[in-house]
Design a protein around this ligand. Structure first.
Ligand code: SAM
Ligand code: SF4
Length: 385
């Protein structure tokens, strides 16, 4: 991946120093012959210098609650080769005319701008991103962007085994694969299409190519797959997987019902009954997952608790829909068309001020699980997971 800008390196250095310079950290004397270490005083002077000289995080990507949005998710297409029950109706969703979707060049212009402002992680999603013919090229172009540390994809896995070697070469370094059941017949029922073995092949290809962890997204729904929690956990024993159990969320057309949602607490309880030694793993500050591990297992399990315990307070994500709308919250209805401004010839400054205004309007948190179920929420395929 291309080098990071100095401002980002400094920020990270400041953070790591801040951890290392804790007043309770023991100060050890250097052994004879060892280079002498800087004193606490020297370190704090250096820290002060770095704080004063490090570029602050982009004001355009910082909201009124101080959240710094360094993670961008882009929907590459609204189309999908599956019809998951929790995501879209059997007949599919109305598709935006092709001319209204972002072109590759537009995607790259926008991402360049976001990365310049401090976005260091981009996830390609959809619809199914791996049906977009130029996906490998998009990854390769993103890989050129200075400052971008992570390029990830969230995929249903159907085309993954075939495309992953090229995607990896192009620079893809993080992967999430959706799989809600380990029973082939149930897979067909949930996604309304065939393809279980292709998804499994994709997961194994990702492991073979060294992705670690390979994240497996599993939307848990009562009466559908909550009886498979322990089977999914068992997969983490010998494989470097991060199985992520996702609470079922309401979107237009998915017939969400509170009773069908299995909460994080309920899932955790069921797993702990079988595995009382399950232990919590510390997560990154902006992580949306609560992470656990069974000692001795290669992989881990996580919970995405968007409904029962939202993580809005540390949300660092922005989304761009396939038709070019910037969406600052998965569950908010306010969207602004970056595509229209781009096509009208807006300058970089103009685009940044539009983005900054939208980010500035981001609410402290989503409206709560019962309210969002009553709201209009564009289907997930439009928003891009
Ligand atoms: N097609 C790709 C896939 O399935 O991985 C990417 C797009 S999909 C919309 C992104 C993620 O959203 C998937 O992991 C999917 O399981 C999850 N998802 C879709 N609808 C959901 C819902 N109603 N509740 C929770 N997660 C959902
Ligand atoms: Fe397609 Fe992903 Fe939605 Fe399933 S969850 S229908 S694979 S976009």
């Amino acid at each position: 991946m291309a080098a990071q800008p100095v401002s980002q390196l400094l920020r990270r250095f400041v953070r790591s120093c801040a951890r290392g310079c804790s007043s309770v950290a023991p100060v050890t004397q250097p052994r004879p012959g060892e280079p002498s270490r800087p004193s606490t005083e020297e370190l704090s002077t250096r820290l002060q210098f770095l704080r004063e000289h490090a570029a602050p995080f982009s004001a355009f990507l910082t909201d009124s609650f101080g959240r710094q949005h360094s993670y961008l998710r882009i929907s590459l297409t609204e189309k999908c080769n599956l019809r998951c029950q929790y995501c879209m109706p059997e007949e599919g969703v109305p598709l935006t005319p092709k001319a209204d979707l972002l072109t590759t060049e537009e995607i790259l212009t926008l991402t360049r701008l976001f990365v310049k402002e401090g976005v260091n992680k981009i996830r390609l999603t959809g619809g199914e991103p791996l049906i977009r013919p130029d996906v490998v090229n998009i990854v390769a172009q993103l890989h050129q962007l200075e400052g971008l540390r992570t390029i990830g994809v969230t995929t249903n896995g159907i085309n993954l085994a075939r495309l992953l070697p090229q995607l990896q070469k192009a620079g893809l370094n993080a992967i999430n694969i959706s799989l809600d059941t380990l029973v082939p017949a149930k897979f067909e029922f949930i996604v309304r299409r065939k393809g279980f073995h292709k998804v499994m092949e994709g997961i194994h290809k990702a492991i073979e190519l060294g992705y670690n962890p390979v994240k497996v997204n599993c939307v848990v729904m009562r009466g559908l797959n909550e009886d498979e929690l322990l089977d999914f956990v068992a997969l983490t024993q010998g494989l470097p997987l991060d199985v992520r159990f996702i609470e079922y969320m309401p979107f237009d057309g998915n017939k969400w019902n509170f009773k069908k949602m299995v909460s994080y607490k309920e899932m955790l309880d069921a797993i702990q009954q079988q595995w009382p030694e399950l232990e919590k793993v510390p997560e990154e500050e902006s992580s949306t997952a609560k992470v656990f591990k069974i000692p001795g297992f290669q992989g881990q399990v996580s919970f995405i608790t968007s409904m029962s315990e939202h993580f809005c307070g540390t949300c660092n994500r922005l989304r761009i829909t396939a038709d070019g709308n910037l969406k600052v919250c998965l569950f908010g209805n306010s969207e602004v068309s970056l595509r229209d401004h781009l096509r009208a010839g807006a300058s970089e400054e103009k685009l940044l001020s539009i983005i900054g205004d939208a980010v500035g309007r981001k609410k402290r948190e989503h409206a709560g699980m019962f309210n969002i179920a009553q709201m209009k929420n564009r289907p997930m395929v439009h928003i891009g997971g």
